[in-house]
Design a protein around this ligand. Structure first.
Ligand code: THG
Length: 266
């Protein structure tokens, strides 16, 4: 089944930033309980937006969230030191968001991840920046999977993030990532594909219809996870419907359950 990584606990969101700065635990607790109830398989925690406060904010968020949810956390930071601190605080094997091929990050993250039990998001980013073709995405994913396998991270614990880019700047960007995902899944059937989706619609109006149409195309290509807002009923409905149409919902049980719960309506 498709795995939703709930994205809402991110201090780049105004309300979350306020609640974090004010140490308003009630707001955070209520939010993560809702994300879990809506079906999030992981709760992403990103404390990066208050410059100079990431370490203390991440600590407080983890202390606040961990006791009130059952699902594992996705620890989200570009800073390996933050991830290391956060990893030591959680009692359930987390998802590490993320490693990439950027040299400094890669060289610090690899010894830290070596032999650990956790899931890892592998960003197809290197020191040249975003990938510029399908082949580029495929080559970066291939390197990341091989390197992570070498330090004891099994392929089915790896979540490749191919890095979705705006369709408004180059209308080839949709096909580019869809083709890459198909190839990566053909080469590594056990690997997971995840990522944020909203970059696809950057610069265009009515972004949500673009994001939720794109996620269904990505699911056909092999995406089986995404970092999204699980309280957005419309994208959740699109995902559940696509899961069913792709044969991943035995007896259409989840679809029917979601209709009865009022989460899916035409
Ligand atoms: N890949 C990986 N991790 C990621 C991303 C990714 N982590 C961060 C980000 N991208 C995904 N998380 C979020 C969290 C919140 C929002 C978007 C992405 C969000 N954005 C509002 C919007 O788009 O309208 C604006 C902020 C606001 O509400 O004030 O909420 O790609 N591996």
């Amino acid at each position: 089944m498709f795995e939703v990584i709930g994205e809402r606990i991110n201090t780049s969101r105004k309300k979350v930033q306020e609640a974090t700065a004010n140490r308003d635990a009630d707001y955070i607790v209520d939010d993560v309980k809702k994300q879990q109830a809506a079906g999030a398989a992981f709760i992403d925690v990103n404390a990066g937006a208050r410059i100079g406060h990431e370490e203390e904010d991440m600590k407080w968020l983890l202390e606040t969230i961990q006791p009130v949810v059952d699902v594992p956390l996705a620890l989200d930071s570009p800073d390996p030191a933050i991830l290391e601190m956060a990893f030591a605080m959680v009692d359930k094997a987390p998802m590490i968001n993320s490693i990439s091929l950027e040299k400094e990050r890669f060289d610090t993250m690899m010894p830290f991840l070596s032999g650990k039990t956790c899931k890892v998001i592998a960003l197809c980013m290197d020191d040249n920046g975003m990938p510029s073709s399908s082949d580029d995405i495929i080559a970066r994913a291939d390197t990341l999977v091989k390197e992570l396998n070498n330090i004891g991270i099994p392929t089915d614990a790896i979540y490749v993030d191919p890095l979705v880019q705006p369709i408004s700047t180059d209308t080839n960007k949709g096909i580019m990532v869809l083709d890459a995902v198909r190839s990566i899944k053909a080469e590594y059937p056990e690997v997971h594909i995840t990522g944020g989706l909203s970059n696809i619609s950057y610069g265009l109006p009515q972004r949500k219809i673009i994001n939720r149409t794109f996620v269904t195309l990505m699911m056909d290509a092999g995406m089986d996870s995404a970092i999204i807002d699980p309280l957005d009923d419309k994208i959740m409905a699109a995902i559940k419907t696509a899961d069913m149409l792709l044969g991943k919902d035995a007896f259409c049980m989840n679809y029917l359950k979601s209709v009865r719960a009022g989460v899916i309506e035409s």
